[in-house]
Design a protein around this ligand. Structure first.
Ligand code: HEC
Length: 111
């Protein structure tokens, strides 16, 4: 006999399976998560942005960061880090960072 319950159960399983695959691939494709951003900051940006070495804007100086983000816009700032500036080396000492990582790092510093 036809069972709607069996049918629903089957399609539910199929959806769950593809959902799991989707979540897994999202995790693998997604850039560094929040914990990694802290580590990346410590390993790369902190050298200058923690203590304001070479006149780098300090992490946590949110007034200055917010002003800069407003003035130049986030995409411009990301380009600055990637291309380097007068005192900042290209990539800001992070050779695995992508644009999304840089955006997160800048947001992290601006808080
Ligand atoms: C070797 C020192 C150094 C390191 C490492 C460094 N920065 Fe910088 N950064 C600077 C200095 C100095 C400035 C100020 C501009 C200049 O003089 O180059 C600056 C400016 C910036 C700016 C402002 C750019 C603009 O257009 O005004 C951003 C954003 C930034 N840094 C992000 C980062 C990030 C993110 C990292 C880590 C991935 C990083 N920096 C690592 C020294 C550094």
């Amino acid at each position: 006999m036809f069972s709607i319950n069996k049918l629903l159960n089957k399609s539910h399983k199929a959806i769950t399976a593809s959902g799991t695959a989707l979540i897994l691939s999202t995790i693998m494709l997604s850039p560094a998560n929040a914990a990694d951003i802290t580590t990346t900051y410590d390993n790369s940006c902190a050298a200058c942005h923690d203590n304001g070495a070479l006149n780098a804007i300090k992490k946590g100086d949110s007034a200055k960061w917010q002003q800069l983000i407003k003035q130049k816009s986030m995409p411009t700032l990301i380009q600055s880090v990637k291309g380097g500036m007068s005192q900042m080396p290209a990539g800001g000492l992070c050779d695995t960072c992508n644009d999304e990582d840089y955006r997160k790092l800048i947001e992290y510093m601006s808080k």
